[in-house]
Design a protein around this ligand. Structure first.
Ligand SMILES: CC(=O)N[C@H]1[C@@H](O[C@@H]2[C@H](O)[C@H](OP(=O)(O)O)[C@@H](O)[C@H](O)[C@H]2O)O[C@H](CO)[C@@H](O)[C@@H]1O
Ligand SMILES: O=c1ccn([C@@H]2O[C@H](COP(=O)(O)OP(=O)(O)O)[C@@H](O)[C@H]2O)c(=O)[nH]1
Length: 341
């Protein structure tokens, strides 16, 4: 049995949802046919393609939509809904994006055969906001690519040269958008940085059409905005960091947390939404709405080499429980469950 895949993700920049789709398709490719849109199918054109052209291109009986949206006319479908941020954090997105997702996703969730999601936190929000029974949803954790691991200093130094990075840095990776809480991170950095001589903060990620403003254009002094970092460079960027700081307000999973743990870097992240579930006991958790709490988390770890080493070891062990091959296997089981029903 071949499953057809909604390939709208192929026309989008690689962030969390697109990485998820790509990693699973790479492992189940022999059993899947990806229906590809044209490269121009982004934004509204992408949604039109998904609703109108994609159903016409389908041949087999089951469609998997891996990135939260899918065609409403196709009932024989499994959709992976990553989060409900367009409801719970609607202000972080443009009005049009939030309104369309609020209209589309609950209807889609009710129509399709099964729903997959990436954390128990997201499952609870989908049950409530999309009004579907919890038995219809499979929770399947995302994985981490084997390219994320500790690297020798020589290779990291080469990347620092290429990207013109500071010698010693704390890192945050994520789109430049309000949900990632960068404005509070910068305020916390202002409090913490005088006690961290020689350390800079590096922010990696791009802004996007669908997000509201984060409230600043340039990072203040001591903050290096690296822009979108190509995936070939990302493993070294993580591995070179002394600490990963990710005080996000809302995640469905939070791939960068596991990517940095797999890179051997200690993590400070938020105590809300999916992040405590995904980070387990291997990260230091802070209140993302409290600037002092973020600054305190940074200082506790950045100033303590012994704690950094312990957290790095704990993170490396914890990250091993997230594996794309396992994610793909469980996804196939869920798809088969839908096919059989
Ligand atoms: C970085 C970020 O916050 N991503 C969110 C966002 O995803 C964007 C969305 O899927 C866009 O889709 P569309 O073509 O329908 O406008 C993509 O273009 C962007 O590349 C994505 O970043 O919203 C998702 C839904 O809440 C969320 O899961 C994802 O983390
Ligand atoms: O400059 C960047 C910023 C992010 N990413 C990748 O984009 C994904 C972001 O994951 P997240 O779960 O934060 O997804 P989002 O909420 O941004 O969609 C991660 O796999 C990152 O490695 C990347 O390749 N380059």
């Amino acid at each position: 049995m071949q499953v057809e895949v909604n390939g709208r993700y192929l026309a989008q920049q690689l962030t969390g949802q697109q990485r998820y789709a790509r990693e699973i398709v790479a492992r189940l490719g022999d059993r899947m046919t990806v229906i590809e849109p044209s490269q121009a199918a982004v934004g509204i054109r992408g949604h039109l393609w998904e609703q109108v052209q994609l159903p016409r291109k389908m041949r087999s009986s089951v469609l998997w939509s891996p990135s939260t949206t899918g065609p409403l006319s196709v009932r024989n479908q499994v959709v992976t809904i990553h989060d409900c941020a367009y409801f719970d954090q609607a202000d972080c997105f443009t009005k049009a994006f939030a309104a369309w997702y609020q209209f589309l996703v609950p209807r889609l969730a009710r129509r399709v055969q099964r729903v997959i999601t990436v954390s128990h936190f997201s499952k609870s929000r989908i049950v409530e906001l999309c009004n579907i029974p919890e038995e219809k949803i499979d929770v399947i954790y995302s994985g981490v690519d084997s390219v994320f691991h500790p690297y020798p200093e020589q290779q990291i130094a080469q990347l620092r040269n290429e990207l013109n990075l500071p010698e010693r840095y704390l890192l945050c990776v994520g789109s430049i958008e309000p949900r990632k809480n960068l404005a509070r991170l910068l305020q916390a950095w202002e409090i913490a940085s005088p006690q961290l001589p020689g350390l800079s903060l590096v922010l990696a990620g791009a802004s996007g059409r669908v997000f509201n403003s984060v409230g600043f254009d340039r990072g203040p002094e001591g903050v290096h905005m690296a822009g979108y970092v190509a995936e070939q460079q990302l493993p070294l960027l993580y591995a070179g960091a002394e600490l990963f700081v990710y005080p996000s307000l809302y995640e469905g999973f939070g791939l960068p947390v596991i990517e940095s743990m797999a890179s051997g870097v200690p993590v400070v992240t938020s105590s809300v939404t999916s992040l405590p579930e995904v980070a387990g006991t291997a990260a230091h958790l802070v209140d993302p709405y409290d600037i002092e709490s973020i600054a305190d988390g940074i200082l506790r770890i950045a100033n303590n080499r012994a704690l950094q080493k312990t957290m790095s070891e704990q993170g490396l062990v914890h990250a091993r429980s997230y594996c794309w091959a396992e994610t793909a296997q469980q996804t196939w089981t869920s798809l088969n469950h839908a096919i059989e029903s």
